[in-house]
Design a protein around this ligand. Sequence first.
Ligand code: GTP
Ligand code: SPV
Ligand code: MN
Length: 629
Amino acid sequence: RIASEAAKKNLDFQSRSLSVIHGKLSDLKPKVRTFVEESARLCQPENVHICDGSERELRHLLNVMQQAGMIEYLPKYKNCWLARTDPGDVARVESKTFIVTKNRRDTIPTPKEGVKGLLGNWMSYEDLNGTVQERFPGCMSGRTMYVVPYSMGPGSSSLSKIGVEVTDSPYVVASMRTMQRMGGKVLETLDQEDFVKCLHSVGCPCPQKTLVNNWPCDPARTIVTHVPDTNEIISFGSGYGGNSLLGKKCFALRIGSNIARREGWLAEHMLILGITNPKGIKKYIAAAFPSACATNLAMMTTSLPGYKVECVGDDIAWMKYDEDGVLRAINPENGFFGVAPGTSMHTNPVAMKTVLSTTIFTNVAKTSDGGVFWEGLEKEIDNDVTITSWLGDTNWSKESGKPAAHPNSRFCTPAGQCPIIDPSWEDPKGVPISAILFGGRRPQGVPLVYEAFNWKHGVMVGGSMRSEATAAAEHKGKVIMQNPFAMTPFFGYNFGQYLQHWLSMETRTDKALPKIFHVNWFRKVKKGRFIWPGFGDNVRVLDWILKRVDGEDVAEESGRRLLPKDPPSTMAGLEHENVDMDELFSLPKELWEQEVRDSTKYFAEQVGDDLPNEVREQLKILEKRIEKM
Ligand code: GTP
Ligand code: SPV
Ligand code: MN
């Protein structure tokens, strides 16, 4: 136990008794109590607050933050708040995110000599100990340490897991209360069950350095670490997003995928939606998109009459076979932490209706009438308001050439508020998954949709995903990057073994597996315009997918893949959009030859000996298909 070892070395504070200002240490189960006491010994907070998840507690937290100037009230809406971070703390820090295992190969495949590994970062136990010793002793001095017990997944579900996060950030607590199911009830179940230990500090002991935007953090020393063997997460220096809301990517994906592998299920970066067709038949779909492409699909307002889309989750899916061998999914989260820019009544009215009450916005701009603003809302604010940018520029205008809201600015909002939340979103059994989608931002060459021939082929398609970089992480520019399963920043163990685990799912059931598809809403014409109208019209693609799931004869094998037969019926009515269907579905041979070369090279350089043979074979088969094109 890393934190526990570090605490023991921190002898000065062994004897100091803890000042508990909320809740009772004696109410904690022994394991939790030990974790809390050891964390406190290490971090030396002024006092300890054990969270109950109540409304009253939330009021208190908001009050504390308002006093400290971390958040401000947005009077235009009900219960909405705006936080602005230190501009040095605005996104996940992938280069400072580590998985800690005994052997390097347990975490990442060995890249080819001279090639930089792109599939995660490994750290040894020794280095983690050093890292913790350098950063944590006394790091909460003068601050309150909050203890946040939470459940990933509905309380009664056999798919759910429990975490306890200790943190010195009230912003994190308030956000976790939305994102996870938090509070006292969770602690009662801890008797039988183990929990994931999450230690988080903003790394700003008092008396503190001068803060920017009253946002404590330490970007220069930020580090996010995970220890799968002991189910521990230790994060320092950042207070934002996936770096600090440890239930999210750290637990749900990096630690979660390790647990899933041990227990034979899948923890994935996938949205889950339910779709009902005009005949009243409902199916569920899980879809993996790189960060900043998913919420819109999960909350789609369909453009086709008679169809209904309902949202189970927008970011993470835990999927497990039930006793009948049917793959079922739960959304382990309780809220949405979605990208604000681009969301509007025009693009995503459902998301807009979800976020305009009881929401914490971070790094968006604000209007002089006490509302929010971001890129995409130009037509939805009053003409006479002035805009204060996320950086505090009080008379922001487009002419400044800078965005009003940070591209990774977000809303944190309870899922239950979503007007199209699926009635089964908290079903402890989860929802049955009929199709799995992989998608990316591919401006060139990749058709709107194609179907994988079988599970193995689908695993190769997921493993070969590529996408244009977005603002959710610290990348520059719009390069096309390999992002297998939309998981590159979130793998909790060796990607080669991850592929093997995916392949193994085929042998764990005798029922039909979900069908696998690849979609791309983002293909562009030469001049840069999107070919496909996207958003609500994406239901047309889902409709085709559902027909395929039902075994309807609406696909044909074109040069490379199973594509919709031309012209697919549900594409009708798009004439006015001037959609160039030929361009949308064309498969430029040269581009695909290059694609296979790139993927082959990527697998050889990045995964090497850990690449399962089945995936290598699938690539060869694809290469042959393209040769014949
Ligand atoms: P993470 O939480 O980081 O996983 O991201 P997100 O899933 O919340 O991203 P979101 O769905 O909000 O989409 C982000 C951006 O993609 C926005 O700028 C959207 O306008 C754009 N977008 C979403 N769907 C479509 C589409 O079908 N077509 C086009 N052209 N753009 C889209
Ligand atoms: C993502 O980057 O995919 C997110 C945001 O959903 S964060 O929670 O910061 O990881
Ligand atoms: Mn995400």
